[in-house]
Design a protein around this ligand. Structure first.
Ligand code: TYM
Length: 332
């Protein structure tokens, strides 16, 4: 049976990028493919400066948004990473299989560490070892498929390498996973800075559409998206016209069609932006509505997370125990 695992980190309010690149796929495809687990990876949120109360709040909100996006606890397991000790247990083993060079090569580490240093802050050691924990998240469940956006591909690739290395050195223990990015919107870009990913922890609010933004706010952000001079009409060109290409990809992801073909239907950026705004508002509407209902019933989300953690523990424990034995640790 195919096993699917993926996660979202509660470091900020979830964005349209998270939804189109991940959550929507998890609900539409992931949860129907055999055994699927989706996780709010709160341990990962501690790798950068954080406010404890905010992380708790964002973790609850992320869990609620996973359900609001269509994850059905009857079909899949939804839980919080820190509720299942096996993640941290296996993470240490992964640190004993990975090298520091591999960790330092990770693009996200380089970018985030550089940003911290520019701010005059220090870089937490856990930011460097982040991919070991992420590999543990995936391997503890023997996941075959990891549905993620493009930005996580390098981390999943490392998880693959670590699985192969562990199996070769210590005997077959882990399934070798693979990333399964969505066909469209694997990398939604910031509306104000189309050279950068639309990231939830970034500071450029006007370029980021949040899942819980009011329709009016979504419209304003889309209408103000950075484009270009528009000479020669509306064309899809990721290199020369990244802002417009991003809008066309968002439209394709929300309303269907191919970006190139959609471009041919417009003769002005204004008309394109209007349609993008409406398409995004419509895609987010049911998510916001369901989230509002869930907020009125916090007991339900808590129950789902409690049952999810119990189920996840039951799957992960035998694998992590087996890894402990294989690498040379004495059984208790
Ligand atoms: P995170 O929380 O940054 O993002 C969650 C998911 O959303 C996708 N995503 C995007 N997709 C398209 N366009 C964007 N602008 C965009 N921004 C985010 C991400 O690719 C991801 O799929 N390290 C992970 C969390 C994690 C994880 C795991 C994922 C921890 N352990 C194990 C899978 C398996 C992260 O920070 O995702």
């Amino acid at each position: 049976m195919t096993r699917v695992f993926s996660g979202v980190k509660p470091t900020g309010h979830l964005t349209l990028g998270n939804y189109l690149g991940a959550l929507r796929q998890w609900a539409a495809v992931g949860q129907h493919r055999g055994e699927a687990l989706f996780c709010v990876v709160d341990l990962h949120a501690l790798t950068v400066e954080h406010d404890p109360a905010r992380v708790r709040r964002l973790s609850r909100q992320a869990a609620s948004l996973l359900l609001a996006s269509g994850l059905d606890p009857e079909l899949c397991t939804v839980f919080v990473q820190s509720h299942v000790d096996e993640h941290a247990r296996l993470s240490y083993v992964m640190e004993c299989v990975a090298t520091d060079g591999e960790m330092r090569r990770m693009i996200q580490y380089k970018e985030k560490a550089a940003r911290e240093r520019v701010r005059g802050g220090s870089v937490r050691l856990s930011l460097l070892t982040y991919p070991a924990l992420m590999a543990a998240d995936i391997l503890a469940y023997n996941a075959d498929e990891v549905p993620v956006g493009d930005d996580q591909a390098q981390h999943v690739e490392l998880a693959r390498d670590l699985a192969v290395r562990f199996n070769q050195r210590y005997g077959h223990t882990f399934t070798v996973p693979r990333a399964t990015p969505p066909a469209v919107a694997a990398r939604v870009m910031n509306l104000q800075d189309p050279a950068s990913k639309m990231g939830k922890s970034d500071d450029t609010g006007p370029g980021i559409v949040y899942l819980l933004d009011e329709p009016e706010v979504v419209r304003r952000k889309v209408m103000r998206a950075v484009t270009d001079s528009g000479e020669g009409g509306v064309v899809y060109d990721r290199v020369e016209r990244p802002g417009v290409a991003n809008l066309l990809e968002i439209l394709a992801a929300c309303a269907g069609g191919e970006p190139e073909e959609l471009a041919a239907g417009y003769d002005s950026y204004g008309a394109l932006k209007k349609d993008v705004a409406e398409a995004v508002v419509e895609v987010l509407r049911p998510v916001r509505e369901r989230h509002r209902e869930l907020c009125a019933d916090p007991g339900h989300v808590e129950r789902v997370l409690r049952e999810g953690a119990a189920r996840a523990r039951g799957i992960a424990r035998p694998t992590v125990d087996a890894a402990y034995r294989a690498i040379g640790l004495l059984a208790p």
